[in-house]
Design a protein around this ligand. Sequence first.
Ligand SMILES: N[C@@H](CCC(=O)N[C@@H](CS)C(=O)NCC(=O)O)C(=O)O
Length: 218
Amino acid sequence: MLTIYGVYRSRAIRPLWVLEECEAPFTHVPVIQAYRLTGPAGPGAPLNTAMPEYLAINPLGQVPAMRDGALLLTESLAICLHIARKYGGPLGPASDDEASEMEQWALFAATAVEPAAIEILYTTRDGQAETPTGQGIIRLAAEKLRRPLARLEKHLTSRDWLMNRFTAADIMVAECLRYGQTYQPLLADHPNTARWLAAAQARPAFQTVWNRRAAEPE
Ligand SMILES: N[C@@H](CCC(=O)N[C@@H](CS)C(=O)NCC(=O)O)C(=O)O
């Protein structure tokens, strides 16, 4: 049985969304980030990323991780690709070319979108979005996203999804872009991308994982 380690309030939500879409059975081990706990090593602390038993699974001390038989993966997008290919049916690639296309979108998500989008998330999360410093950080992050968003916007002009149907590519890019979504001008200037992201997030599988995320303690 496939096992996913990581709470919904983490990048584990990416493969958990893929699994929800493909309705594949799995075991969920809700490992929480140690930095979110006051006493991660204390008695009664929940299973967390700093515990030796989790470091034995991922020495980086980060979630998610995935075990599938003898295979252990510790990168969220690699896990998404694996699940989509092996269990996802149409969510995964139907040919070698589609596999390459999907890998391209995974790398685009991780390198062109996530680093700047997460600056927006962290600045907002830390209550800095309205301060002059925070606004500067967010404007700079939005500028870093200008070309990736222009690329997405053009690509989505005549398409509903990144590939010729909804796939794991949409999940990976949508989840990375979500980090920047709180900054309204970002999507206001990119209507095709806004329409695509809204459609992805309206899917029942996303709504399910999002509600599970909301049910977890902040
Ligand atoms: N590139 C990794 C990043 C994983 C990551 O940063 N996970 C965060 C949670 S979203 C984490 O576990 N942080 C705990 C820590 O860094 O101490 C991936 O995409 O899986």
